[in-house]
Design a binder for this molecule. Structure first.
Ligand code: GDP
Ligand code: MG
Length: 163
């Protein structure tokens, strides 16, 4: 059985890069629903021997109005509810930002498994951010580089441990 994985987090942390790395194949999605539903992207993938159904949360990058946060919140909550496990992605180079805290709060309130990934951790530039990530109260951060494919074995171990 496939593990349903929602990739959540603020814009620009590397969610879609990770989605693309994990997704072997995009699912054709017939989507006639407006708003938050349209902002999600679905795919299937594989990590080790784990079959994944992926949900990428996206579509806010161009939104600048005040509805941004409420739309992000709604879309993230939908994705979390659909998934078995949420993969919360932060940017290890930026460290923990106030917007990351908003997402962490959403995730802590829902009683579902979360894996915290500290992306852009190639090299040592993310070391401080990885340390800060422990403060989010979502368990041990998994350092990864979606772009370079680093940390995927640790991500696998974390996903199989909570899922
Ligand atoms: P999203 O908005 O969370 O979906 O983020 P994207 O996947 O669109 O990535 C945002 C930016 O971060 C892009 O310029 C990516 O190339 C870059 N990025 C993604 N993953 C990594 C990584 O592992 N390391 C570095 N250095 N940059 C990354
Ligand atoms: Mg994206």
């Amino acid at each position: 059985m496939a593990l349903k994985l929602a990739i959540v987090g603020r814009p620009n942390v590397g969610k879609s890069t990770l989605f693309n790395r994990l997704a072997g194949q995009k699912l054709a999605i017939v989507d006639d629903q407006p708003g938050v539903t349209r902002d999600r992207r679905f795919g299937v993938g594989r990590l080790g021997d784990l079959d994944l159904e992926l949900i990428d949360t996206a579509g806010f990058e161009d939104v600048t109005d005040e509805s941004l946060e409420s739309r992000m919140r709604a879309q993230t909550e939908l994705a979390i509810d659909e998934a078995d496990v949420s993969l919360f992605v932060i940017d290890a180079r930026d460290g923990v930002t106030p917007l990351d805290e908003v997402f962490a709060e959403i995730l802590r309130k829902r009683d579902k498994p979360v894996v915290l990934a500290a992306n852009k951790a190639e090299g040592r530039a993310g070391d401080n951010g990885i340390l800060e990530a422990y403060g989010l109260g979502l368990g041990e951060p998994v350092p990864i580089s979606a772009e370079h494919g680093e940390g995927m074995a640790d991500l696998y171990a974390a996903l199989t441990a909570v899922g």
